[in-house]
Design a protein around this ligand. Sequence first.
Ligand code: HEC
Length: 498
Amino acid sequence: MGAQPSIRRGIRGWLDERVALGPFVKAIFLRHMPVGLNWWYSLGSACLLVLGLQVVTGILMALSYAPTPEYAYDSVRYITYELPFGWFVRGLHHWGASAMVVLVLLHLISVFIMGAYKYPREAVWMVGVGLFLITLGFSLTGYLLPWDQKAYWATTVVTNVLGTVPVVGDELAQLVRGGTALGIVTLTRFYAIHTMILPLTIGILALAHVALVVYHGVSVPPGLWHRGVGKPGAPAPEPAPASYQERYAAFKAHGPRFWPGIIAEDLRVGLVVFLILVGLTVFVGVPLDERADPTDTAYIPRPEWYFMAIFESLKFFPGYLEWVGAVLIPGLLVLLLFLVPFLSRGEERRPFRRPLGMATLAVILLGLAGLTARAYMLAPPAEVTEYGVVLTSKQLRGRQLVQQEGCRSCHVIAGEADAKEGEQVKGPLLDGIGERMTAADVHLFMERPKVFNPEAEMSPLIPLLTHEDVDAITQYLLTLPGEALLAKGGTDERAARP
Ligand code: HEC
């Protein structure tokens, strides 16, 4: 027993002589923190912890992911449905990406409200804004990697919008896509950016950010800072005319050390975040759409929720001006964000005494929230389920055509017909048609009924509709279960797919 401390001392001595970790350990773990910190101060470290989680889960997925249009989708399917715990790793990475955006935003907002970007922390703020942008870059590039419909069409929208930028638009879109259309080069490029360029940049910036935070120390909460350190209950002293450094040192002198109290608090917040991510992964799961189909122009693209505001703002601009909403305004907002420490230089840090800053923040946040809400309210539902089958965009288009073309005046489709009271339905029941006809026959019949059946009464759908339309209708009709299934309560085995 008595030998242990000396062994530890021996190891520490050995290390100290060779690696000299002492000063680092002291500077990071044994540094004094100012008094009065609360859990808002743990948001930064929560970002760091989620970043760590993204790195680990990202590397695990990279071991099984193939960044080519032929195999990307299948490899993601494999990760999600076959690889042991693949769904868990992918789920954590998926929800971790959202968590990262939320935490970085909350951290940024709380730092803004507390005026913690002011002297001497201007550089910490600016590096932080850089980290925020890189986080969004990760989302944008990561979104394409599963190469499903959602990925493909959302990225198409993004690159098309880039193309509307005046003068350099075409070149810009070409550069991002690596060609005129989304394809193998785009995927390779996004993958390289997502797994090499951005991780390297975020690593360097995060290190700089943390080093600067350690160097300057964490800011004192604004109320306390202006009141000054005094014994609780004693009359609040006027801000002493001391220099910033002297005042800050006084707060530190009374404060706790980072280890173990503060770090425990940080880890607690990190643990809560982690448990929320596990909950989302287990109970909500992780989406994987149909494989990307570049010919499916009926697909309605949807960006990730944190890009919804930008996406929605595009609707206020005519097509050729889309870049104003997508590039110019966000660009100006980012510039504004970078310049915050120089636009607001006063010593006042209490939010209630900075009405201009708080009003600006409120306007921007309300604007973003309003646009996001509008996007969700006006957007068509992301998926329509009929008889337990989630319809693809093509099938949805078919469903819409069946409605438009008045097929129900002669047919019962999905259990419904439009024939007038007392009138006979002229055509056969189309529910369950897949059980008696092949897709090719259904398609052929609708195109030219007489070729298929010389006695047919139904008029041909071509040339009124295109071949693609007829294909969409066929695909839709084939999802409809027959009467028997409907009577049973209408689920069929196709619904059982994950
Ligand atoms: C004017 C009435 C009428 C309308 C409108 C009509 N159909 Fe028909 N349809 C028929 C009749 C009658 C048949 C049976 C074969 C025949 O006599 O042509 C038929 C047969 C079919 C068949 C083959 C089914 C089988 O069992 O052989 C399909 C598929 C079909 N219709 C789809 C459609 C679709 C889709 C629309 C809408 C775009 C549509 N029909 C509109 C009357 C109509």
